[in-house]
Structures are given as C-alpha cells and as structure tokens.
Design a protein. Structure first.
Length: 239
C-alpha cells in the first residue's frame, strides 16, 4: 500500500466532504457569493474567454469539427439516454420485471429534472429574457454588441442569448443520472457527470459561444434542481 497517497486521498476526501456539506447547509450564501464574484469582477469572464480568442486573426480558432461535434452530440446523448431508460422501464412493465431498480418514480424524477432545469429555467426563462450577448458578439472579441456582466439584464441580444448555457445545462443534467446509481458507485458517477458537464461548458467557451459564468450558473441551477427533485420525488415516501 502507498501510505502517502492514501493520506492525500483521505485529506482530499475530507476537504471535499466539508465543502459539499457547507454548500448544502448554506446554499443561498454560496450562490450569493458566486453572483457577487462575477458581478464585482467582470474581468473574470472577459479574461477567461480571451484565452481562446486570437486577436491577430480576430476570431476563436477553436471552432472546428470537434467542437461542432460536441455541440451536436450533447443533446443526442442526453435525450438518447432518457429514451433508452424509458424503453427499459416500459419493457420491464410488460414482462413484470424491474431493471436495476428503475421504477416509475425514478423515471419521473429524470423527466421532471430535465423539464424544470435545462428546459424551463435555463432555456425559457434566462436565455430568452436576459439579453446578454455571446462572447463572439461583443466588441472585445470582434463583434458589435456590448459586454454585460453576469446577472445583469441587457438589450444586447434578442433571443437564444448567452446567459445561461443551454448545452452546459444538459451536460450537468447528467448528475441526475448519477444520483440514481447505488451509493457504492455514486461518487464516481457524480464525478464523471460533473466532468462531462464541465467539458461541454468548456467547449462552448472555447468557440466563443458562452462566458465562464454562463456555464457555471447553468451547473449551479441544474444541479440544485436535480437535488431538490431527487429529494421530493425519489426519497420522499407517501404518508
């Protein structure tokens, strides 16, 4: 056994547990701190997007087949997994079996979290009403619109705007799938889901489609809704 490595893992585990526990106990305070951070220091968004912008050529060079594939594949992966699980559940109902603990309540949780998170909150409420221009549309990155800090409503975009990220919300929605994994593997499933959501968000930032704050808040909103829906639909038992 590697004792130093085990100690590092144990310490990281304790730190991670403490951070998650603090966020769970005081979610409003953490969200407020996150909001104030991006509003007070808008340079965070501009600086991070600037890492992917080629000022000499005047565009985001990361645009290409790979990033285009990420954009197109994410919805198919999310919706495809939900359709697959629905078919598995229907098949189980027909033959009188339950596959891997998948029941109507858990399937309903997946649909509810997808509806209220990515579909309703992110795409219908924020993206259609906040008016924030995308990085590729603002003056700092070769566009004509004005930059708007996170959470500030603006008139620089009419529809399908930058705040928040629809693709990142779908990526982070996979944490709902991770919540259904039995506890022994749930930590790894959640880690994979968070990594996937972050990768999708980064792919949108790299091509000038979104700011860092757009992807971060998509993750915060969607994960919060997933946790609330899981508690109310899956964990709550009828009286």
């Amino acid at each position: 056994m590697n004792a130093p490595l085990d100690r590092v893992r144990d310490r990281l585990g304790r730190v991670g547990t403490a951070v998650v526990g603090a966020a769970a106990r005081h979610p409003a305070a953490w969200l407020l701190a996150l909001v104030l951070g991006f509003v007070a220091f808008p340079g965070i968004d501009l600086g991070f997007s600037g890492l992917f912008y080629d000022g000499g050529r005047g565009f985001f060079p990361a645009r290409g087949p790979f990033w285009g594939f990420m954009v197109k594949a994410t919805p198919w992966l999310v919706y495809g997994s939900l359709i697959y699980l629905t078919l598995v559940w229907l098949g189980g109902r027909l033959v009188g079996l339950a596959f891997s603990g998948l029941d109507g309540r858990r399937l309903g949780f997946l649909y509810a979290s997808l509806l209220f998170g990515p579909a309703l909150l992110v795409n219908l409420i924020f993206k259609e009403n906040w008016g924030r221009a995308r990085p590729s549309q603002i003056l700092e990155f070769g566009g004509q619109a004005h930059f708007t800090p996170a959470w500030m409503m603006a008139d620089q975009c009419l529809s399908n705007c930058s705040f928040t990220s629809g693709h990142a919300s779908l990526g982070y929605w996979t944490t709902a799938l991770a919540l259904l994994v039995p506890p022994p593997g749930r930590v790894w499933a959640m880690t994979a889901a968070l990594a996937f959501g972050s990768a999708v968000g980064l792919s949108r930032i790299a091509v000038g489609g979104h700011f860092l704050s757009d992807t971060v808040f998509s993750g915060v909103f969607v994960i919060a809704i997933n946790l609330i829906a899981y508690r109310w639909i899956v964990e709550r038992r009828p009286a």
